[in-house]
Write a protein that binds this ligand. Structure first.
Ligand SMILES: [Cu+2]
Length: 250
């Protein structure tokens, strides 16, 4: 009976997907619970792992990276820019903190840069079977868009990998892990994998009332901040506080 109900709801979801013209998988990729907020608002958010690495596979660990703002790639209206994030965000840096949660994964830790700013987090020592969804909670502090800029939105692009089997980088194939990273030439691009260049994002929109665009800005610009390949190579690995690397195997 339970099975029958589940099948019905799956069919309904597919029907909705077809009706609105999106693929079914769009419902299940690893994404943020709250993908868009207005500037100046702090939210409790979650990385939502929508599926495992396939039938019979368990997600045993996950690793998350936020752009550090130091050597990050900046795009303005989709075009690469030499501006730094400070041009568009008044308080970028250390905006994201893991919320401690051992409900699925027993071990977790934040990743910090040389200044002690949190630039990501990881979880391990647990398992999420295929067919389940897991929420990895974190706090997103209020971001403020630089009043003098013409930014109408700032999209933060994340790097995430959901791991079903610990392997070296050379062993990355579908069924072993799911990569949700921007393709920037890092070791974690996941070329040819199902999640290639399909990262989760967090978009902060300008508060038109309290921080209106200057008339000279016209409609304003959409800004993106993307972690660099160097940062992903440094921050995607899962390391214990003592420095021992758990993933990828090396
Ligand atoms: Cu998916």
């Amino acid at each position: 009976m339970i099975n029958k109900k589940f099948k019905l709801s799956t069919q309904a979801a597919v029907a909705v997907a077809l009706l609105v013209g999106v693929s079914q998988s769009a419902f299940s990729h690893t994404r943020l619970d709250i993908p868009t907020v207005v500037e100046g608002v702090r939210v409790t958010n979650n990385v939502v792992i929508g599926h495992s690495c396939g039938e019979g596979k368990n997600t045993i660990a996950s690793t998350v990276v936020f752009p550090d703002g130091a050597d990050s790639i900046i795009k303005v209206n989709g075009a690469p820019s030499n501006d730094t994030i400070d041009t568009y965000v008044s308080n970028y840096g250390n905006l994201f903190q893991k919320i401690l949660d051992h409900s699925v994964y027993e071990s977790e830790d934040e990743k910090k840069d040389a200044n002690g700013n949190v630039v990501g987090f990881w979880v391990k020592d647990g398992k999420m079977p295929e067919g389940y969804t897991v929420y990895l909670p974190f706090r997103a502090s209020a971001m403020f868009i630089e009043p003098t800029s013409c930014a109408r939105s700032v999209k933060v692009v994340l790097g995430i990998a959901d791991i079903c089997k610990v392997t070296p980088i050379s062993g990355f194939v579908d069924g072993v892990l799911e990569t949700w990273t921007p393709a920037v030439g890092s070791n974690y691009d996941g070329v040819g994998l199902g999640g290639y260049n399909s990262p989760a994002t967090y978009t902060v929109t300008r508060d038109a009332t309290n921080n209106p665009l200057d008339a000279a800005c016209g409609d304003g610009v959409d800004v993106e901040i993307i972690p660099s390949a160097a940062q992903l190579n440094r921050d995607m690995p899962i390391k214990s506080s003592k420095g021992k690397q758990y993933w990828p195997k090396h």
